[in-house]
Design a protein around this ligand. Structure first.
Ligand SMILES: [Zn+2]
Length: 409
């Protein structure tokens, strides 16, 4: 049982945990490679491997490359030895995933957030989803390692509290002891982090990103959230300000007023509400647009209407999106000038659902970076995991917890 890898450990348990962690990280891996990494004696390593096999935590998974003699047996984790729950709570939806230890999604549930999705309603939804999944797959509390939550800041991670998220449609989300309430309902250990961090943790496990050491993740929904991996490690605390974070980088000193009180922030040009306002201004000034056909009252247009008009090449909406993307790209280039990462991953509905927005942002940002550093390339790309990224990473956080020495909340 992986759960025995927490708390006070004997020397043998510490060695088992070290070996298991390496197999998680490097598997399928041979005994000789494990000996090289740990410096263990061959007999010790063999004994511990036998023990992990007996515990049902690892399996023999075939043969590796031979370095002269017989091909060596390789080991990897038993993916269904335990399961994890990953939860993403955002302003637009709540997602609950049941995953095995390779973070393959076994089952999922989604709740669209609106005026009625209070904390009590949302926690009941999560709890009933987890119980339904456990019943469907015949899992007990012993089978499930714990639940991870990725959500909107600002957070008090240490005490498991959502402090003051802006723009949740229902009341009650201020100073919410989310981990305590969920842990009580689920009877599982529960961990909390910023959704942009958990999404980045999940994306970092994907093949194209694994080899890089410095990655910035920008998650653009109602606000702009930023997470980063520097020198191979997640830098926690970069999204403390929640919606008042990187989106408030100034790109025009004399620009339009922003909700934060400053002038010319990226947010003032590129938030969905800013795009909507620009479209409505254009309509008021008499610009032709299919938006008039989509909604009787243009004031009621939403993100989906904007995407539809863009797909139908509406000239007003195309111009507004290009402008918003240009300012966003300038902000992104500024961020790159400070951090100079290997990769910038762009995710969230604005990047995922609007190709034109994504193209103009990346062309603008990449062009500016290339002018400054012609010999160095920063890769701009979309995430690989789509809207499941935050919840998958929240599950990853639970496994990581058992392999490191944090204290559970
Ligand atoms: Zn601002």
């Amino acid at each position: 049982m992986l759960k025995q890898f927490t708390g006070a450990l004997s020397q043998k348990e510490k060695s088992l945990k070290e070996l298991y962690s390496l197999i998680v990280e490097q598997g399928p891996v041979s005994k000789s490679d494990l000996i090289k990494c740990t410096g263990m004696r061959q007999t010790t390593c063999s004994r511990l491997i036998d023990e992990l096999l007996e515990m049902g935590l690892i399996v023999e998974s075939g043969y590796g490359e031979s370095s002269g003699g017989r091909k060596p047996v390789v080991y990897e984790i038993k993916e269904d030895a335990n399961y994890v729950i990953g939860i993403d709570i955002s302003r637009t939806y709540t997602k609950v995933l049941l995953m095995n230890l390779r973070f393959v999604v076994i089952d999922e549930a989604k709740l669209v957030m609106n005026e009625t999705t209070t904390p009590t309603f949302t926690i009941d939804f999560i709890s009933s989803s987890v119980h339904r999944m456990a019943e469907k797959f015949h899992l007990t509390q012993d089978n499930i390692l714990g639940a991870g939550i990725g959500t909107i800041g600002p957070l008090d991670r240490e005490n498991g509290i959502i402090v003051n998220p802006i723009n949740f449609l229902s009341d009650g989300w201020m100073n919410l002891q989310i981990t305590h309430l969920l842990a009580q309902k689920l009877q599982l250990n529960t961990l909390l982090d910023y959704g942009t961090n958990t999404a980045l943790l999940a994306e970092y496990q994907q093949e194209p990103f694994k080899k890089y050491k410095n990655i910035v993740h920008v998650l653009k929904g109602a606000g702009t959230r930023t997470g980063m991996i520097m020198d191979g490690r997640l830098v926690r605390g970069t999204d403390k300000l929640g919606m008042l974070g990187q989106g408030h980088m100034v790109v025009d000193l004399h620009g339009r007023k922003c909700i934060c009180g400053s002038n010319g922030c990226v947010h003032a040009y590129s938030s969905i509400s800013a795009m909507k306002r620009d479209i409505l201004n254009g309509i008021e000034q008499g610009a032709p647009s299919i938006i008039r056909d989509l909604k009787k009252d243009p004031n009621e247009i939403d993100f989906n209407d904007i995407c539809q008009a863009l797909n139908e090449r509406d000239s007003l909406v195309t111009r507004v999106i290009k402008d918003a993307a240009y300012y966003t790209g300038v902000g992104l280039a500024n961020l790159a000038h400070v951090l100079f990462p290997d990769v910038i991953i762009l995710s969230g509905p604005t990047y995922t659902n609007m190709d034109l927005f994504y193209d103009v942002v990346t062309e603008t940002a990449a062009g500016r970076c290339q002018n400054m550093y012609p010999d160095q390339e920063i890769i701009f790309t979309r995430g690989q995991l789509g809207e499941n990224a935050s919840a998958i990473g929240a599950g990853r956080m639970v496994l990581d917890h058992y392999l490191t020495d944090h204290t559970l909340i």
